[in-house]
Design a protein around this ligand. Structure first.
Ligand SMILES: Nc1ncnc2c1ncn2[C@@H]1O[C@H](COP(=O)(O)OP(=O)(O)O)[C@@H](O)[C@H]1O
Ligand SMILES: [Mg+2]
Length: 315
């Protein structure tokens, strides 16, 4: 599969102005099949406005949104046909069972089979609750029913605006688990927004950070980071027998950034990429400097976040 085919959602310089205020400012990012991407930003950053533009609830001032290559502006019905979204809280008839609520929705889209309904109910883990009235559902179960409904027409992307709002930690954990299942089993892309870094970190494989309507940073998360191509910079602690000499070898070399030295432990912290580190280790041994340890310094996502946003706290 080529890169282009993998891209399900593409935002290109999406901008929203209301009056004199620019609420979303030239925002570009993409979401690929199988990915769970978090749209992270503090309250008022423009997450809901962005999502409302993606699903066509409001117009864009400029820019473009493509869903499977179809423009939401010029081919709205084709583009939106492949989107499943929950933007506001989904409304259900609380005196009806979960199944009857889904049936109600199915009547509007006749192509949805009962087989398919059972399948999505299973994916969100609600099979046993289908004959219970929605009024007896917990908030988390209502969320899942909403997601089942959004999945019924087999979208290629599922979009959820602040889906964990009001959920307890157990509910959030549950949501993380079934979003992963959905992304894998359904082979679709997922975009979730949140103002909480801790939640995005648990749920997503990649994060797109926005502030005041602008793109700030994007980053792979957790296991996804390992699949990177060696072109990423990282910090590493190198423990040697001759700290001063090892440090001298860094002088004037742009690809090896000196961070700090610890004379007590004989450790140097440097920032570099794969190849630069390999070359440095070769050079250390060429100078007969012994290397005792090479350990990556993992920064928490929260630390990273503070650098991306210039120290602005999010959580
Ligand atoms: N219809 C509107 N008219 C004027 N300002 C709006 C409108 N909708 C949103 N805003 C403003 O745009 C900014 C972003 O809002 P929103 O997209 O809801 O942010 P988030 O979902 O990230 O909390 C906020 O400052 C909000 O007050
Ligand atoms: Mg919002």
């Amino acid at each position: 599969m080529s890169h282009q085919q993998d891209v399900v959602l593409q935002l290109d310089k999406v901008t929203k102005k209301i009056g004199k205020q620019t609420i979303v400012d030239q925002l570009s990012f993409e979401v690929k099949k199988g990915e769970i991407v978090g749209l992270l930003g503090p309250n008022g950053a423009g997450k809901t406005t962005t999502i409302r533009m993606i699903v066509g609830l409001i117009g864009m001032t400029s820019g473009e949104v493509l869903i499977n290559g179809q423009s939401i502006r010029s081919s709205f019905s084709k583009a939106i046909a492949r989107v499943g979204a929950i933007v506001e809280n989904p409304e259900f008839y609380s005196y009806m069972t979960g199944w009857d609520n889904l049936k109600q929705y199915q009547r509007m889209i006749p192509s949805i089979t009962v087989e398919r309904m059972k399948q999505v109910v299973d994916v969100v883990g609600l099979t046993d609750a289908m004959n219970k009235k929605v009024k007896s559902y917990s908030l988390g179960m209502r969320q899942r029913l909403g997601i089942a409904q959004a999945l019924m027409h087999s979208p290629s992307i599922l979009i959820l605006d602040e889906p964990t709002n009001g959920l307890d930690p157990a509910g959030i954990r549950e949501m993380r688990d079934y979003l992963k299942t959905i992304a894998q089993q359904e082979g679709i892309a997922v975009l979730v927004s949140s103002h909480l870094l801790s939640e995005i970190e648990l749920m997503c494989s990649r994060v797109v950070v926005i502030q005041q309507g602008k793109f700030v940073h994007e980053q792979l998360i957790g296991g996804a980071q390992i699949q990177q191509d060696g072109n990423e910079e990282f910090n590493v602690l190198v423990r040697v027998n001759q700290l001063e000499q090892a440090k001298q070898l860094l002088v004037g070399r742009e690809e090896l950034q000196f961070i700090q030295a610890n004379e007590l432990t004989n450790e140097l912290e440097i920032r570099c990429k794969d190849e630069a580190l390999a070359n440095y280790i070769h050079e250390l041994s060429a100078h007969r400097i012994s290397v005792y340890r090479v350990v990556e310094v993992k920064r928490s996502l929260e630390d990273e976040f503070l650098t991306w946003t210039g120290g602005n706290q999010i959580v």
